[in-house]
Design a protein around this ligand. Structure first.
Ligand SMILES: [Zn+2]
Length: 145
């Protein structure tokens, strides 16, 4: 499968819209041509500031596979991954990231470009951004800054 993949991102947008109240980030983890983990952010319900969509999806699959590596996996997120989630992706050694809308203006002082963090990875991690951004923005009903 080639990345970024429009079919996967459209599935992720549909999943996030179905699962969410309009204020969530959705994440899929893709290995080969299979979606192996799906999650949305649950910060409010879990009262957990780390419960971002990417974190939840990574936790789910790592527990299931009993291994914390995501080598050869692609992370699809409806939003640009924050510094915490980008670091997680580096730790898990994923192959690449595809993200939808750029919410960096909502991060305050945590506004660190994921590319800066990705440069610290042992192996190159690819990143594709603003992918189907306008469709991803519809999830949150946000508008571009
Ligand atoms: Zn995050």
């Amino acid at each position: 499968m080639k990345h970024p993949n429009e079919k996967i991102m459209r599935k992720l947008i549909a999943y996030t819209l179905k699962k969410s109240d309009g204020q969530r980030t959705g994440c899929f983890i893709v290995k080969g041509d299979k979606i192996i983990s799906k999650a949305i952010s649950t910060v409010e319900e879990y009262k957990d500031p780390t419960a971002h969509g990417e974190m939840n999806a990574v936790r789910k699959i790592c527990r299931k596979q009993k291994n914390y590596h995501l080598k050869n996996c692609w992370i699809y997120s409806t939003q640009i991954p924050c510094p915490m989630c980008t670091s997680l992706i580096v730790w898990a050694e994923a192959k690449g990231i595809v993200w939808g809308w750029d919410g960096r203006h909502t991060w305050g002082k945590l506004n660190i470009d994921p590319k800066v963090i990705l440069k610290t990875a042992k192996k190159k991690i690819e990143i594709f951004g603003n992918f189907l951004e306008n469709d991803c923005l519809k999830i949150k009903r946000y508008t571009k800054k």
